[in-house]
Each structure stands twice: as structure tokens, then as C-alpha cells.
Design a protein around this ligand. Structure first.
Ligand code: MEV
Length: 423
């Protein structure tokens, strides 16, 4: 029997759950209990979350952790992180503490502009198009006046509108390429509204508008975060060897795309976690970061390292289009709390904090990879996941953690020891 349904969105939440159970879980009615145990008892709060998207039937929890001891531009921060992967928060905290006694992190915003485009088709005389554009340019700005008014008061708005000929890539394809400054807002709605108003004003019988949309590629919305110290200050048994191996690990990610993807994935472990905690759009950040990592034509590392005259330098440059006002940032109580925790940063400050979280995460990964290997730390954290799966009591967990303190954690090893303990 077909499961295609019309008017699903109009059903109540309970009716949606009933439909789901009848059609996909007929032999597992207990899923209703699972779904409902994640409902918030505070109905107003639940309604808020229900309304973020369509067809909400429950909530999906992710852990919300905090990484203390970050020093960025001489200011102390505790950074909130939403992430499911064990060891990400632990690694961030460890690296934050490590660099706090070596001058901390330095961060600077290099640029803040964003791009939106009106994509259109035109098959006539290009000179006529150019004069139509020049003649209309002022009107294009005027057409957005009611939208840009508030943004201009905050120092933002439309910085430039260019006509671009893209016919070498696709027949009859042209663009209006628009540059925006959106200050403390991520600006997606603002940009898209402006673009639609511009397109409406610009079109004529010869111009076929295909679409108007912001670009999540923001190579002019860049932040740099860095750490630096004398090699001997790196500590450990052999700091010179550590620095050189670390440098090679970064160089490998710069030249080898298979490694670069994993290297950057580790960076995004830190970045996405803070982006999520602040209610920002992690898909936009991911798409933009990876496009930037490919800007040379081959996918490469987002971080870089040098060793100059005995000084170790390690840094990241990454595009981050973020908001600290608008969107979910004020609406989601936890996103709001995250921003308060970081002392209500401006979007520029948040760019610096988040780039730092990415750099710290990469430092932790490379430090582990080039010394003890990644599995030692990972499996220690994973031990807790396995113990939870086995429904270990607090007392059993304590005994198991103590047993595996100096042993390699493997899934089968944990299960075996746990069963032994149970006897
Ligand atoms: C795992 O989530 C991230 C790492 O693989 C990153 C890296 O290899 O650099 C450890």
C-alpha cells in the first residue's frame, strides 16, 4: 500500500506521530515513548522549537560542552561547543590551556564582505545590456532602499553592483554580482531580499532572470587565527623533533588532497561545534570553508605552519560568515546563552573565536597524530560510550576506567572485561 500522503503538514503533532507509527513502525509502538521522552516539559519552550521547522515531532539532543582557558588577543574565553564526537571538547580544552601559557592565540579579521548574485540570460547586444545596467544602476540601489535602511544605520549595506559576462562558461549567461557588508548579522535574508528587489528592477523583455541568491562562498570574509612560540617553549622531550614533524604534517595536508580533507575535517570539528552552539548556519560555513580550501584548484589545508629562526608559527585562514544578531542567535535560548558566555561578541569577534577553535582542534589532532597516534585518546573517550551502551553503573564505570587507564581500549576488550566484572 502506498504511503504517499497529502496535507501531512496540516496534521497535529500527535496525528503525525500516529501516521508515522502506523506506516513505518507498526510493530514498534514503543517509538512513541522514545519520541515523547525528548519533548520539553516546558510547553512554551517546546513550541518555540516546534516552530523552527516544519513537521516537528520531537527534539534531537546533542551534548553542549564548554572548553575553558582560551586566551585570544589577551582576553580570556570559555567556548561553548555542541558536538557528538568524543574527545573534541577535551582536545580543545587541553590545547587552550597549553597555549594560554605560551602567549595565547592571536586573531584578526582580514575582510568582512559577502556576495550575492542575480543570475540571468541575455542573448542580445552586450553593449545595450551594459548601457541598460549603467542607466539602471542608481535605481537598483534605490529599489533596495527600504530593505537597506536599517542595515545602513549599522554601517552596512550594498557596497557594489557589477555586471559580469559569463558567456565563456555558459551561453547567454550574465550576472549582477553584488557585494554586501552585513555587520553583525549573517545577512542571508537581507542579501536575498536585496537581490530579489534588484532583479525585479533590472529585468526587461530581453533579460530573463533565472535566480537571485546569496553565495556561501565568501573569500572576502576572512579571519586569521595564529599561535607562535620559540621551539624550546613547545615543551615535551624533544621540541625540535616535535616542531619539525608537526610542520611536515601540515605540509602534507597542503600538498595531498586525501590528507587535506581529513585534516580540514578535524578543523571543522572545532568550528562547527561553536557555530552550532551559537545558532549559526554550519552548512553555510562548511560549504564556504571547503570552497576556500580548493581555491588554488586543488583541495588543500586550511592551516599552515612555518619554522623561522627557531620560532614555531601555526595559523589558519578561513572564511566565516557569521551572525551575532538575527536568525536563531536571539531566538534559541541556548544560542543566546552561548553568546553571553563569550561576552556578547560582535560578528568579527565571533569570527576570531571560532577560527581559534578550529586552529586549536587542528593543533590537538596533529599533536596526537605525530606523537602517540590518534586512537589512544579517542578510544579512552570512546570507552565511556561503550560503557553507556553496556548500561554500566557508575561504580562499574569507575572500575572499568581505572582498569583501562594503562591499557589499549578496544570494543571487544571492553565487553570482555565488563562481562568478567559482572560475574
Ligand atoms: C577526527 O574527527 C578528526 C581527525 O581525523 C583529524 C585529523 O586527522 O587531522 C583526527
Amino acid at each position: 500500500m502506498s504511503k504517499i500522503i497529502s496535507g501531512f503538514s496540516k496534521l497535529t503533532k500527535q496525528e503525525k506521530i500516529d501516521w508515522l507509527t502506523e506506516n513505518y513502525f507498526s510493530s514498534q509502538p514503543e517509538i512513541i515513548k522514545t519520541l515523547k521522552q525528548y519533548w520539553n516539559a516546558n510547553e512554551k519552550l517546546q513550541q518555540l522549537h516546534d516552530d523552527f521547522i516544519e513537521n516537528t515531532i520531537s527534539n534531537f539532543y546533542l551534548p553542549y560542552g564548554i572548553a575553558p582557558n582560551f586566551v585570544i588577543n589577551d582576553k580570556d574565553y570559555v567556548i561553548p561547543m555542541v558536538v557528538e564526537e568524543s574527545s573534541v571538547v577535551a582536545a580543545a580544552s587541553k590545547v587552550a590551556k597549553y597555549w594560554s601559557s605560551r602567549g595565547g592565540f592571536k586573531a584578526e579579521v582580514i575582510s568582512t564582505t559577502k556576495i550575492g548574485q542575480v543570475h540571468f540570460m541575455f542573448s542580445g547586444d552586450e553593449n545595450e545590456l551594459k548601457s541598460h545596467f549603467e542607466g539602471q544602476k542608481e535605481n537598483l540601489y534605490k529599489a533596495t532602499a527600504s530593505i537597506t535602511k536599517n542595515m545602513e544605520k549599522r554601517g552596512g549595506g550594498i557596497l557594489d553592483i557589477e555586471l559580469k559576462n559569463k558567456t565563456n562558461k555558459l551561453e547567454n549567461y550574465f550576472q549582477l554580482h553584488v557585494t554586501f557588508e552585513t555587520k553583525d548579522s549573517m545577512g542571508a535574508n537581507f542579501i536575498n531580499s536585496c537581490l530579489e528587489a534588484i532583479a525585479k528592477e533590472f529585468r526587461n523583455d530581453d533579460i530573463e532572470i533565472v535566480m537571485s541568491i546569496l553565495s556561501n562562498y565568501v573569500p572576502n570574509c576572512i579571519v586569521k587565527a595564529s599561535v607562535s612560540c620559540k621551539i624550546e617553549e613547545l615543551g615535551g622531550k624533544n621540541p625540535q623533533e616535535f616542531a619539525e614533524k608537526f610542520y611536515q604534517a601540515v605540509r602534507i595536508a597542503e600538498v595531498e588532497s586525501f590528507r587535506a580533507v581529513t585534516h580540514n575535517k578535524g578543523i571543522m570539528n572545532g568550528i562547527d561545534a561553536v557555530v552550532l552552539a551559537t545558532g549559526n548556519d554550519f552548512r553555510a560555513i562548511e560549504a564556504g570553508a571547503h570552497a576556500f580550501a580548493s581555491k588554488s584548484g586543488s583541495y588543500s589545508s586550511l592551516t599552515h605552519c612555518t619554522i623561522d629562526n627557531g620560532v614555531f608559527n601555526f595559523w589558519i585562514e578561513i572564511p566565516l560568515a557569521l551572525g551575532t544578531v538575527g536568525g536563531l542567535t536571539a531566538l534559541h535560548p541556548m544560542a543566546k546563552l552561548s553568546l553571553e558566555m563569550m561576552q556578547k561578541p560582535s560578528a568579527k569577534e565571533l569570527m576570531q573565536i571560532i577560527a581559534t577553535a578550529g586552529l586549536a582542534q587542528n593543533f590537538a589532532a596533529l599533536q596526537a597524530l605525530t606523537t602517540s597516534g590518534i586512537q589512544q585518546g579517542h578510544m579512552k573517550m570512546h570507552l565511556m560510550n561503550i560503557l553507556n551502551q553496556l548500561e554500566a553503573t557508575a561504580d562499574e564505570k569507575e572500575q572499568m576506567i581505572s582498569y583501562f587507564k594503562d591499557k589499549t581500549v578496544t570494543h571487544s576488550g571492553v565487553v570482555e572485561k565488563f562481562n568478567e566484572l559482572k560475574k
